[in-house]
Design a protein around this ligand. Structure first.
Ligand code: TXA
Ligand code: MG
Length: 354
């Protein structure tokens, strides 16, 4: 299949291009599009065949449900059997934006879209191109992240191209995304709302609107013995091809520990990589060393993380060490993705190791 790649320049979005993209969705095809979090791989959310095509293009297990994207609040009622008052409050505070809410689904949503579940995930993105595209596509666009299953989510159209060129009809290229990590997911179907996936909208932000929300026990650890409630979170999702280890400890300890490891590996002929920060990156001796940005600027770290993981793949790095990050604010989402990418492989240094 020939994949059309179309550059969409904001703020003057060429509506004729988006109309073409919308047409493809209405005709049962697939279009990748930019959102404020990561690129999405869109298909008609109300069509079982389109959802099957999405799973096939991504190489994704079909028990992993898709998020339905809408562009206006009026359209929510059609997708769900009930809208809790708490969800209305969250929508008022955070939609359009990087928050996905889970509801009991209506009959309009096929099981192919929800991976067989009776619930449906819904999100209203704030990216202007995404909103206009969803409208042109008929209002209900199912979209997982636009990566091949097992790769980091794409934060730029060139990564979508790497993964999906030849497998989908069109890519809308809106440049680099703003946030770089997938939306926060919150389950609104069980009494108290539960965060299933951390993101840019943090627990603290949600609790400013609803006094109290819970967190899925599997979010930051794999030791709870429970299955994650978001089926997608059980897969080793955001994985680089090299093996990744996170190293936590005092600054100096971490640098010297990682340097000892990379020296040892180099002697064995193994290509190594290090993820550090602006303040530390110059001190590492790995073959490929990349800074995720300044520790004080977590938004930049969030935006850079997936690009960095992909670059390590491109450079065929076999063993990667990463510094650990603070889990306050969006730091929790950064560490959640890094922990998943590493298969929860984290080393805690203490004074004895040093
Ligand atoms: O930021 C985002 O959310 C991006 C952009 C494109 O909007 N989309 C995205 O979709 O990250 P995806 O498919 O890569 O991740 C969706 C996650 C999966 O972990 C899936 O299991 C979970 O949402 N999910 C979807 N529907 C669910 C449901 N009904 N119940 C529980 N989890 C659900
Ligand atoms: Mg994904």
């Amino acid at each position: 299949m020939d994949t059309k790649i179309i550059r969409v320049e904001e703020p003057h979005i060429q509506m004729s291009l988006l109309r073409q993209a919308g047409e493809i969705i209405r005709a049962g095809g697939l279009v990748a599009f930019p959102t404020e979090t990561v690129y999405g791989l869109g298909g008609d959310a109300l069509s079982p065949e389109s959802s099957k095509k999405i799973y096939a293009a991504k190489g994704r297990p079909s028990d992993n449900p898709l998020i339905v994207h809408i562009y206006r609040m009026e359209d929510l009622a059609f997708l769900v059997s009930e809208i809790p008052e708490t969800a209305v409050k969250l929508a008022e505070a955070f939609w359009p934006g990087p928050l996905t809410m889970i509801f009991h689904k209506s009959e309009a949503v096929p099981y192919e879209t929800t991976g067989g579940l009776d619930t449906v995930a819904v999100r209203m993105p704030s990216h202007p191109t995404a909103a206009a595209f969803i409208r042109e596509a008929g209002g209900y666009v199912a979209a997982p992240s636009a990566n091949r299953s097992g790769k980091p989510s794409p934060t730029s159209a060139r990564f979508v191209e790497e993964d999906l060129k030849g497998r989908i009809e069109m890519i809308l290229d809106g440049g680099d995304v703003e946030i770089g990590l997938e939306s926060t997911i919150i389950d609104m179907t069980a009494g108290k709302p539960v965060i299933l996936r951390p993101g840019y909208i943090t627990k603290e932000m949600l609790e400013e609107v609803l006094q109290s929300v819970d967190e899925d026990g599997t979010m930051m650890t794999d030791e709870s013995g429970q299955a994650p409630k978001a089926p997608g979170m059980k897969y080793r999702h955001y994985a680089p091809e090299g093996s990744l280890t996170i190293v936590e400890g005092g600054g100096e300890q971490v640098t010297s520990y990682i340097n000892r490891q990379v020296d040892r590996l180099r002697q064995q002929g193994v290509k190594t990589g290090v993820i550090g920060t602006d303040a530390t990156i110059g001190r590492y001796r790995g073959d490929v060393c990349k800074s995720a940005g300044s520790r004080e600027d977590e938004r930049t770290i969030a935006r850079e993380l997936y690009r960095i993981l992909r670059e390590f793949d491109d450079e065929k790095v076999a063993v990667i060490y990463s510094e650990s990050f603070d889990t306050a604010g969006i730091g929790q989402a950064i560490m959640n993705r890094l922990l998943k990418a590493s298969g929860h492989h984290i080393i805690y240094l203490n004074d004895e190791c040093y």
